[in-house]
Design a protein around this ligand. Structure first.
Ligand code: UD1
Length: 420
């Protein structure tokens, strides 16, 4: 049975919410745990369906995993390079990252083309170009990609686009290649830095993560005394709660945040008249009394630009801002899935090619809407918080992929959401 959220309008959200570890950091780290025979203890791992699906995939190769209270141990000592299952890989796109690890450790991997959120065609050409540059031969057949190499050789690789997943997959493979790999025009997201830190913890040699050039000195064997790693806080979950505070005209403090990682969201919120106070590891978002939220334009960009994963939530805020805003999506070609549903709630939005033009209306009205993907789903929940009348959001399984107890934590701040 699929679940729904029944959302009654609420007043200003208030209180403190603790931000979870980052899904998009945890998943590549889990793929990386396949590289080593040693047991890894991973902390701040969010309790999400995507994380459990990734654990199931690692187990399908013979790894052992144990999850308890946001700590995950992975023992891939007994893993083998078996074919990855279509059912498991189809559940999440990040599962494609096991390709780099299996190739590096065993010299081969066979993985189906990935699934994940329906937000565009999402090819993997950059992943495969990078692996080919390291010396892998690549074969496509029946929806599977097979890669193999007797030996991987470090190389200079220039990415046409700073793809997060391609950067990660190539890093995973290059760790055990012979010689140096230089990855240029690569992604610089905080999750890439976290993966590099984990790879260095297990015995890899990586420099430059967080910039557009990463250098990886291949090592023959991965050796480490003890493998313990705590993943970074989730900047998208944090951004989503920041928007929930703004939409409800509330006053919410987010604990366990890296304020630098949410800077693009902070800057936009300030631009539209919301106050944000940054501390060492927390952020407070609040509205000054009677202040009007004003429209602002934005364009999604790779980090440190405004994250595509926050675009839908920001649109929910702009739907009732004073004036016209233009939101341009440059990262994915089909990421305005929330627009039709927001319009059903009374929003005035037109799409022109890669831009959405939003005329702010006074208030949205509750109705039945469907979450098509993770972030679009979060955007609908946020829109419902400030709407007039009750909203029913179906497709909650998409939201559960990326937010740990989203309803429960919003309710602690004063929201009125029932899971049915
Ligand atoms: C990751 C995030 C996702 C986020 C996205 C962009 C994870 C698990 N997911 O996804 O939440 O929205 O980064 O910040 O970390 N592309 C190609 N060829 C490739 C690979 C990508 O053309 O081989 C294109 C994609 O179609 C897309 C763009 O590059 O248009 C960005 O994709 P990418 O950065 O790879 O995103 P993901 O790693 O899939």
């Amino acid at each position: 049975m699929t679940e729904k959220f029944l959302i009654e309008p609420c007043g200003a959200l208030q209180g403190t919410v603790e931000i979870s570890g980052a899904k998009n950091a945890a998943l590549p780290v889990l793929a990386a745990a396949l590289l080593t025979e040693q047991t890894c203890t991973l902390q701040s791992i969010p309790d999400l369906s995507d994380v459990h699906a990734m654990c199931a995939l690692l187990e399908s190769f013979g790894a052992r995993t144990h999850f308890h209270a946001n700590t995950l141990t992975v023992d891939a000592g007994g893993a083998e390079p078996l074919d990855a299952s279509y059912e498991l890989v189809g559940k999440l796109r990040a599962s494609f990252l096991v390709m780099g690890s299996l190739l590096a450790r065993f010299g081969r991997a066979k993985v189906p083309l990935p699934g994940g959120c329906a937000i565009g065609t999402r090819p993997v050409d950059l992943h495969l170009k990078g692996l080919a540059a390291l010396g892998a031969s690549i074969d496509h057949s029946h929806g599977f990609v097979s890669v193999s190499a007797k030996k991987l050789q470090g190389a200079k690789i220039y990415l046409d686009f700073p793809s997060v997943g391609a950067t990660e997959n190539i890093m995973l493979a290059a760790v055990l290649a012979e010689g140096q790999t230089v990855l240029e025009n690569c992604a610089s997201e905080p999750e890439i830095v976290d993966l590099a830190n984990f790879l260095n913890t297990i015995g890899g040699k990586i420099r430059g993560a967080g910039t557009d050039t990463i250098k990886i000195e291949g090592v023959r064997r991965l050796e480490a005394r003890e493998i313990r790693h705590s993943v970074i806080p989730d900047r998208i979950e944090a951004g989503t709660f920041m928007l929930a505070a703004a939409i409800s005209r509330g006053d919410v403090t987010l604990a366990n945040v890296m304020p630098d990682h949410v800077k693009p969201v902070t800057a936009k919120l300030k631009e539209v008249n919301i106050s944000v106070e940054e501390n060492d590891s927390s952020v407070r978002v609040f509205c000054k009394r009677d202040s009007k939220i004003i429209a602002a334009d934005l364009k999604t960009m790779p980090y440190p630009g405004f994250p595509t994963d926050m675009q839908a939530q920001f649109m929910s805020l702009m739907a009732t801002a004073a004036g016209t805003s233009v939101i341009t999506e440059t990262v994915f070609e089909n990421r305005f899935m929330q627009v039709g549903e927001l319009k059903r709630m009374g929003a005035d939005i037109k799409i022109e090619s890669r831009s959405a033009i939003i005329e702010g209306v006074n208030r949205l009205t509750g109705t039945q809407v469907a979450a098509s993907d993770l972030r679009a789903g979060a955007a609908l929940v946020l829109a419902a918080l400030g709407a007039k009348g009750a909203t029913e959001v179906s497709g909650v399984q998409h939201i559960d992929r990326g937010y740990e107890g989203f309803d429960v934590r919003l309710n602690k701040l004063g929201a009125r959401i029932r899971r049915v």
